[in-house]
Design a protein. Structure first.
Length: 174
């Protein structure tokens, strides 16, 4: 396993639409292993392949409350097959948008069809944090970020902050 560099907004790669995985082979398993290690190191509870620059429809997550008990989840080609009309609001952040958080409303429940780590087709009913997290990650696969749900003003403020941070970081590199 290897820790990969997480791309940060405004990196244009984050806006690419990811392609479906044709077969869950060793290369895809290696990608999932690297993504999981990168996510734990960050630390975060979800990561999409595009966030490490790989435009494939692969997501890893671990939303276990107990940090000592790891419960990794792997989603290849995840698709929302049903979503509830009821909404839930969570304060979301993103490893590609460091230190920025906002309340985002999404369907409270959804069903997700996907291939697991072994390429077996599965369908789960998700609600609460799991539902929010998987919807956030599927958005990544379509080049969508949580800030896209905010007003233009709020979004611009966040993007400007990140561009400024990037410039400051570059300035101290010698
Ligand atoms: Ni994210």
């Amino acid at each position: 396993m290897a820790i990969k560099k997480i791309l940060i907004l405004p990196d244009p790669i984050l806006r690419k639409k990811s392609s479906p995985v044709e077969i869950v082979n060793d290369e895809i398993k290696k990608l999932m292993d690297d993504m999981l290690e990168t996510m734990y190191k960050a630390p975060g509870i979800g990561l999409a392949a595009i966030q490490i620059g790989v435009p494939k429809r692969v997501v890893v997550m671990d939303i276990a409350k107990d940090q000592d008990k790891k419960e990794p989840m792997y989603f290849v080609n995840p698709e929302v097959t049903w979503k509830s009309n009821e909404k839930a609001t969570y304060e979301e952040g993103c490893l590609s948008i460091p230190n920025q958080f906002a309340n985002i409303e999404r369907p409270e429940k959804c069903n997700i069809k996907y291939l697991d780590y072994f390429g077996v087709e599965k369908e789960i009913k998700a609600e609460g944090l799991l539902a929010t997290c998987i919807q956030h990650e599927i958005d990544h696969l379509n080049g969508i970020l949580f800030i896209d749900y905010l007003s233009k003003l709020k979004k611009d403020i966040i993007v400007k902050k990140l561009i400024k941070n990037k410039k400051e970081l570059e300035r101290i590199v010698v």
